[in-house]
Design a protein around this ligand. Structure first.
Ligand SMILES: C[S@@+](CC[C@H](N)C(=O)[O-])C[C@H]1O[C@@H](n2cnc3c(N)ncnc32)[C@H](O)[C@@H]1O
Length: 394
């Protein structure tokens, strides 16, 4: 297998950077050509000086914030794993943990910049283009409070992720926008803040009906911009909901990788005496799950909401049932490492005879993985695209 190069060489020095969580046979680097292009642009255009205030949005594993840590940037991210990665990479390079201030994607960054010796306005905003257009839209709305006409707003992404629709969001929410030439299949976007622009309200979070009734009313779920299947119920999740198990033996049910929490919410409705645990690494997901659960049950129903990596923080042998619709990518890389980690950690968290229920696209072949791990695996339901599987801990 090809050896992965972990040293990012920049004009600010060389840095050892790893993806997070650490994996034994990692085949992917912790940065891309767009990170390198952006760092090079900052240096060549002499944009940095000792008291510059920098806001970085969507740095995946620290490729921007670690080299720029000398300038004490604020990093806004939706990912708990990104925060872990930045901390680990700062430490690995003997850099001060406090040199980077991390805030989650639900903040208005202006208020955080204000808490330093700043006026709440960033001199430079660096944005890595996120996977979802809705997420970018939400983030551009949020950064408006942290910029003025003097702020340099520079976004970066791989060319295949930058479309007319991407640029028109900048035009619509920030102001006049142009792009650089492509370099190693990446591109920069330069946007100038127009204070006089008539900007619509941030449309997120928004709601959709999931097609089930509760007490005679349509059940709706609320979704922050970055949440999986934000505008309609995922078809895999629908098959899951149609076949959710009901059993008084379920004392603790975990919705693992909960997104807006729709699986756990429906399981809670069908299993009224169970305690629910919702876990996700995305801040927007956990916040959406909380609001959807409270909307149905108020504060009365026992539930825990974990911002974590898979099941970290859940006691071994303590869970009766895990519901899981696993992710199939991390930071744009498509792989099943996270699904495998979720299955392995579920086995540890389940009590004897505890059950893991997994929904997956047929081609993902979760069946073989679960059989390997649990010894048996049963198909509970399937349609043309999805299979719902059940594995029981012996
Ligand atoms: C396919 S979505 C499923 C969302 C929801 N359960 C549904 O069915 O609509 C997978 C979820 O896993 C979350 N996720 C990804 N990596 C994770 C990790 N390491 N730990 C916890 N959650 C993670 C993602 O943020 C996403 O919300």
């Amino acid at each position: 297998m090809e050896q992965i190069e972990n040293t990012l060489g920049t004009s600010f020095g060389s840095f050892e950077l790893q993806r997070f969580p650490l994996r034994k046979k990692e085949t992917l680097r912790a940065w891309d050509a767009a990170d390198e292009y952006l760092l090079q642009y900052l240096e060549e255009n002499e944009l940095l000086h000792d008291d510059v205030s920098i806001l970085i949005v969507n740095d995946a594993f620290g490729a921007l914030s670690v080299p720029l840590s000398h300038f004490t940037p604020v990093v806004m991210t939706d990912s708990y794993l990104t925060m872990q990665a930045i901390s680990a990479n700062l430490k690995a390079n003997d850099l001060d943990y406090d040199s980077v201030t991390m805030i989650n994607s639900l903040h208005a960054p202006g208020s955080v910049l204000q808490h330093g010796n700043e006026n709440g306005i960033a001199d430079i905003v660096l944005i890595k283009i996120p996977r979802s257009l809705a997420m970018l839209e939400d983030q551009l709305h949020r950064i408006r409070s942290a910029v003025d006409g003097s702020t340099r707003i520079i976004a970066a992404g791989m060319t295949k992720k930058i479309h007319m629709s991407t640029l028109s969001l900048f035009e619509k929410i920030i102001g006049p926008t142009k792009t650089s030439l492509a370099h190693k299949k990446s591109r920069l976007i330069f946007s100038e803040f127009d204070a006089g622009l008539a900007v619509d309200e941030n449309p997120y979070p928004d709601k959709f009906e999931i097609g089930y009734q509760l007490d005679g009313a349509e059940l709706e779920v609320s979704n922050h911009a970055g949440v999986f299947s934000r505008d309609k119920l995922d078809i895999g999740a629908r098959l899951f909901i149609e076949n959710l198990p009901v059993d008084e033996r379920y004392k603790v049910i975990v919705d693992l990788g909960c997104g807006n929490g729709v699986l756990g919410l429906m399981a809670a409705i069908k299993n009224p005496s169970a305690k629910l645990i919702f876990s996700d690494e995305s801040y927007m997901a956990v916040e959406s799950a909380i609001s959807n659960f409270v909307e149905v049950f108020g504060e009365s129903r026992d539930a825990e909401f974990l911002q974590t990596d898979c099941l970290h923080g859940v006691a071994d042998n303590s869970v009766s049932l895990v519901l899981c619709n696993p992710p199939f990518h991390q930071d744009n890389a498509i792989n099943d490492d996270v699904a495998w980690q979720m299955f392995t950690e579920s086995k540890t968290a389940l009590e004897p005879n505890g059950e893991l229920w997994v929904i997956g696209n047929r081609h993902l072949a979760y069946h073989a993985k679960l059989k390997h791990l649990f010894g048996t695996c049963e198909v509970v339901a399937s349609n043309k695209k999805f299979t719902l599987l059940k594995a029981v801990k012996k």
